[in-house]
Write a protein of this length. Sequence first.
Lengths: 495, 585
Amino acid sequence: MMDAPLLPLFILLTSLLASPVLFALPERAARLRTAINLGMAALKVMLVAWLSLKVAQGVIYDLRFEVLPGLEFKLQADPLAILFIALSAVLWLITTVYSVGYLEHGPHRARFFGFFSLCVAATVGIAMSGNLFTFLLFYELLTLATYPLVIHCGNAEALRAGRTYLIYTLAGGLVLLLGTLGLWVLAGTTDFVPGGVLTDAAAQNPLAAQLLFVVLIGALGVKAALFPLHAWLPIAMVAPAPVSALLHAVAVVKAGAFGIMRVVYEVFGIETAQALGMTAPLAALAGVTIIYGSLKAITQDDIKKRLAYSTVSQVSYITLGVALASPIAAVGALAHLIHQGLMKITMFMAAGNLAEGLGVKKVSQMDGVGRAMPGTMLAFSLAALGMIGLPPLAGFVSKWYLAQGGLEAGQGWVIALLLGSSLLNAVYFLPMLHRAWFRDGAADAGAPARPRIGWMLAAPPVTTAVLVLVAGGFANAPFSPLEWTRFIVDIEYLE
Amino acid sequence: MTLVPFLSAVGLPLVLAAALIWPQTRALVWRMMPFAPLPALALALLAEVPLNAQAGWLILGLTLGLDEVSRLFVIFTGLLWCAAGTTARHWMRHDPRATSFGVMFAMAQAGNLGLLLAQDALSFYAFFALMSFASYGLVLHSRDPQAQGAARLYIGFVVLGELALFAGLALAAAQAGSFLLADLRGAVPSDMAVALLILGFGVKLGVMPLHFWLPPAHGAAPVPASAVLSGAMIKAGLFGMMAVLPLGSLAYGDHGTMLMAAGMVTIFAALLLGVQQGNPKAVLGFSSVSQMGIVALGLGAGLLVPEAWALIMPVMVFLAAHHGLAKGALFLGTGAFAAQGGAPGRVAVTFALLVPAFVLAGLPASSGALGKEALKTALAAGSAVWLPWLVVVLTLSGVATTLLMARYVALIWRSPPKAPEQTTPEAILLPFLALGAASVSLPLTWPLLARSLAIPVSEAAPGALWPVLLGVVVGVGVAVHAHAQRIGPAVFLSHLTAPFRAVGARAEAVMAARRRSVRRLAYAIPKTLGETAERWRLGQTAIALLIAVILAVELGATLRADTAIPAVQQIDPDLLDDLKLIPEF
């Protein structure tokens, strides 16, 4: 196989270059736009597959451009990056199909798909950033690219939500800039290195290092929706279904969680972070977020809002697994990055289908929807049961590893936390399933029969639901998300 | 050993569940439903144990297998699913929600068979969850308010049990450093892990105070579903404890004591609660709770004294099979009873129902009595402090069960469960009779099936008759009393004395008739005599005349003879003159 050192750059460019083209296309060139969208997305999946094969073989990709003396724009493709790119590439393809179906006759499609592409490019950039400076660039790009998507409908509610979103994320970005400068001052570099770059600095000046940790986690915690900083997420669910799906599964929330991973593992290093005494508070904060998000979710009647609070809760599993400072918990956390993405995107696309096909937007309207949209609801059910943590679905695997990791780290309370979270998950998801499958719809008398939604809406959630099943059922097979995370954790914990 | 037979055992029900989604294949799937457990049954009956098959890439490393114990569980569980599947096919024929029921039924079946075959904690948990969650649809099937309430209670307890189980298995696996059930059994789990596992499986077993879901759920589910819920699925709790807990190697005194105490309370409290029920299937549910109390007793004894477990274990398996078959037969029999149109059919089914009822109660030499006797023998090896109490409890449990069965038989007549409108009673009768026959013949077939595990049972004494007899007597007495209360004591007394009064009245009537006839005779005889006499008076005269004539003739003759005799010398001459005056001479 030929070697291509620029492969990471190509992957970045697939969506980055698609974006201006899509902006330039006239509104009515729907076919061409779809072709470009799908073609690029498919190309990216293939490139990512190639890249992962290479990385699995031990090839190291490292691209640097000096922007200022000592300040580099650096792209790298380590296994952790691959994990995130693979997730975003696969889900981008699926969501693109879904978006094309969803916005078939909607306005402003050129704008939408342009920013959509940009958003994915930013995500890929975040994944492959080799240092905090590059990370910051893409992080800000992501904020700016998602804003037009959130306010896509253009009504007052959307604009208000967009404003909240901007305030939160721009403030977070500003703090991240501060943190980057602080890191630059403390360590003299912003590179991501397994084992961390702050070992010496932390030993000399622990207080400054602790402060830096708080600043960085605080900045990233906005996007990761950590407890006091989560308020924008449930509001931002006014976005169109495919945007919500991508926002919750890959782009924004995961960018935050991924950033926390990078900071804990490769800026501070897990041992340094532990020595600074910062992991325990982070774990506690994650625990609070998990329970808080679930409790809030129970009270929501709007399906998408309930899902959004569920995201607040579930994404903190990742932070929790990172903060537990145990390799097994780290496997759980990384696997959950993928698993939660698959499950949540399924649920958001299913929720979008319910709204499109039946006009059902509230939990209380869900009576009998299982009969009306069996495929969609089957996908939704699989994802929901996975969230609760039933084997052999994906959510169980990450939960199991988090529990084992908690025990390994001697933190028995993690089990109680996971049980509480599972219980709350059951409390807010099972009634939805009960309504969908075991109640006869009130509207059944008129028999709206099965709404015709095109295959472009019907197939994506089913596909991701199958992936949920596969990721859990074949967790031990080579190239499963779990196997890949084990590969990563070996690197992070052996350095 | 390849995975194929195991996957087909678990997969066939799953494939059937999936195939029900398409309308074209539905009829075929329903026809196949009774045969869904056949691959598992064949595996259990034909294969040489122990068996093991691994698929490292499935879930987190799937290991399926079969050993002496799980083989027996698969056999009776498969039998129950066969019978229930046959019943379900006819029971659901015209049900508007038949498809939903079928999907849930098949999925629960896959879970139930799968958990018996699972050899690692994760796949065990997966199958356990599949079974538990799919059964929600079975409980909820009728959608009436009662079923809704039962289903809500059921799912709450299921979630509670699943959480406890997840935590328990996670702790145990972390301590054992392995997922394999065999390693979990061999490890030293913490007290917390054992407590959580007991909690998780105790919910399924229905041991008090975790039983609340069980009777309503078994009462609300349709007949074929409650048969497997009660017969097969609650045994998963027992199987789980036997598969995961370090029984026989480590002592957990506190847990054992708790479990035994809970078991003792369960046996009798279930009786007290059960007899108050108005739904015959809920009574059967409480009877299941009571029986699982016995199982909890054995498990607790095993946790308390590990040395005794080797003796207790085979008895536990036997008790599980015994209760599964008898209770399954009773539930299916309830359906068969309800499906019968007329009173003659119902009377016949009632008599047939008495057979598994008495087996369950422990009629001597039945599987119920043998199991209890064997358990008593096995417990003798355990804690000496508890033993006398255990023996008393086990003996009295026969009375309790008999009373529950009496209540059940009374209730199926008073408030029979609803049967589908159109059904074929014969088709529903058949699986019931088959299970009943299997239940009755269990003492004979068990040595063939269980081989060396059957020894404690086949050596057990036949058991005493008096508990059952006492139960019957008390039951009949209570029935009589209840009847008296219902219609009022005075009326009852009058009912009770009615036969005697009837006899008295009849006797009186006869006597009166006699008297009347005597009186009639008293009038009639003199009259007749008189008439006779009157009739006879002429004759009398005639006779008198005749007599007189004869006398006269005789006299004359005598006189003549006197003259003929030559004694004339003494006759004086005057007399001779007189003689000459009589002309005839």
